[in-house]
Ligand binder design. Sequence first.
Ligand code: APR
Length: 318
Amino acid sequence: MKVTVVGAGGNVGSTVSMAVAQRDFAKEVVMVDIVQERNGEKIYPSKGRALDQWESSPIHQFDTKLTGTVDYEDTANSDVCVITAGVPRRPGMSRDDLLETNANIVQGVVEKLVEKSPNTILIIVSNPLDVMAQVALETSGFDSKRVMGMAGILDTARYRSFLAEELNVSPKDIQALLLGGHGDTMVPLPRFTTIAGMPVTQFIDEDKLESIVERTKKGGGELVNLMGTSAWYAPGAAAAQMVEAIMLDQNRTFPCAAHLNGEYGQKDLFLGVPVKLGHGGIKEIIEVDLNDEEQQLLDTSAEHVHSVLKEFRKLMNK
Ligand code: APR
């Protein structure tokens, strides 16, 4: 029951670590980051944040031990590794603008992680998400069941929270499904959105629902504009939920970025689809019947991920 989070000196990574610890199912969370420099002095953000979080354990009442490190030796034999290492978006940037920098970081991190934990499961959070998951798959050489990206839980959470606010209902009662890449081409599916099992379309008019769908697609950008950097609370909570589902073998069904090999008409591509998560990682990729319009939106989203992947391959051949 050991979890490693790389990039944990930063916003998303430290939030994943804290959320995992607060759920109190893991024995330990190892928080990895690099040594940074501030005002000419070396600082160790992963060690600092781990210590700060561990000091909250008596208040939050958890036993999960949090430790910070810059040494991959400490990550040996992790059951699950979450990768949030990389640079975040700034206002005016798309996730794709992070491609070259983050691809190099993710590649290096995966190499070091798998050397110490050859049987681990990799959850990628760094952006551009779908392509970073592909980088992790190819670098690790793992079976695709053990490599996935966190996006769909976050995107559906945003969608559900906006709907809850609009309809004045509890976010707990809203269920939703969302497919596609983690970007503005994601495909929310109002047809599969319910409030306590009742179709959402009975409670909201078409235009309002459409505007919520549009807000969801640009939900990451809305926060970048407000904060000057990308979000961390909801992304961190979403990744922790995946870690829990895998480690406790919960068989939970979530939308996650999974490597498709024929499913939904896509080959050798990561895309957000519903999966069953439990021991071993992705136990099943679930194929829902899409109507023509939905399939077309998904194809467009897939084309976009393909184009970023092509850009990545071009960069690697430079
Ligand atoms: N090894 C380990 N950690 C690294 C490395 C590396 N090679 N390179 C960078 N990092 C660390 C940074 O030192 C920093 O602490 O990754 C951390 C990133 O944290 P933030 O800058 O706070 O960025 P954050 O908001 O957490 O976003 C991280 O997640 O959601 C995505 O788009 C987001 O790609 C971004 C990533």
